[in-house]
Ligand binder design. Structure first.
Ligand code: KIV
Length: 275
């Protein structure tokens, strides 16, 4: 199976051009079949490092590796024909220096064929973002609640409640914008702050737990599909209840196997009549 031709899919520049025109639609995707299902409806798909928690059951995203991101990035690329694809840079692959970030980002782009990378961080990452953009790598920034910093930032709590914290997030977004990011994810911030940032940066802002005034929205697909019974943060809306659907299907299957109702004659191969 080959990757569809590049020119048919949206680019980071197309995503930026939607700012002020039409809200950007984005979801996470980690596999080929899911990418195929989401592709017709989304402007960009994010191969998020949330896959560490969603697919691999990790407690945080800190343990996610380059190899995991590249393997899932390749899988998603095989499933898209319209959406732009952005891949998260995992923790430890870019924070050390701008040169390390370039090496990691270039590897992700070359080995997957994706359209750009995402990295978390504010003012402290601005020089790195500019370094990548100047060298041909489109960057999606990520400010506010930054899951890779969960060990130093006091956990998964919403941000920007104090004026000091709000000011820092504002400065972070401005720095990443000035560094040339085509878009910036704003995660888990108080609503007026996300609204304010969206109106003051030239990059497209992509909200998650942020504001309807952002230039677009993103959710983790598995969250919005209702695949987790025990996890529903305030910012997630369920557009389906797949956990129930899957449990019921598994229960029905188990019942039919135990009563020998499955497989039926239509599911078995009978010997061909002898000629
Ligand atoms: O890793 C991820 O899926 C993300 C989104 C939630 C924005 O960063």
């Amino acid at each position: 199976m080959s990757t569809p031709p590049r020119q048919k899919r949206l680019t980071p520049a197309d995503i930026l051009a939607l700012k002020g025109n039409c809200p950007v639609v984005s979801l996470t995707a980690y596999t080929t079949p899911m990418a195929r299902l989401l592709d017709p409806h989304c402007d960009f798909l994010l191969v998020g490092d949330s896959l560490g928690m969603v697919l691999y059951g990790m407690d945080t995203t800190v343990g996610v590796t380059m190899e995991m991101m590249i393997a899932h990035g390749q899988a998603v690329m095989r499933g898209v024909s319209r959406a732009c694809v952005i891949i998260d840079m995992p923790f430890g692959s870019y924070q050390e220096s701008k040169e390390q970030a370039f090496r990691s980002a270039a590897r992700i782009m070359k080995e997957t064929g994706c359209d750009g990378v995402k990295l978390e961080g504010g003012a402290e990452m601005a020089e790195t973002v500019a370094f990548l953009v100047e060298r041909g790598i489109p960057v999606l920034g990520h400010v506010g609640l930054m899951p890779q910093q969960v060990n130093t930032s006091g956990g998964y709590r919403s941000k920007g409640h104090s004026e000091k914290e709000a000011d820092k997030i504002r400065r972070d977004a401005r720095a990443i914008d000035e560094a040339g990011a085509f878009a910036i994810v704003i995660e888990g911030t108080v609503e007026p702050l996300a609204r304010d940032i969206s109106g003051s940066v030239s990059a497209a802002t992509i909200g998650i737990g942020a504001s309807p005034a952002c230039d677009g929205q993103i959710l983790v697909s598995d969250d919005m599909l209702g695949l987790f019974n025990d996890f529903k943060p305030r910012f997630v809306k369920h557009y389906a209840e797949l956990a129930q659907v899957i449990s019921k299907a598994a229960e029905d299957y188990a019942g039919e196997v135990r009563t020998r109702a499955f497989p039926g004659p239509e599911h078995t191969f009978q010997p061909r009549p002898k000629s």
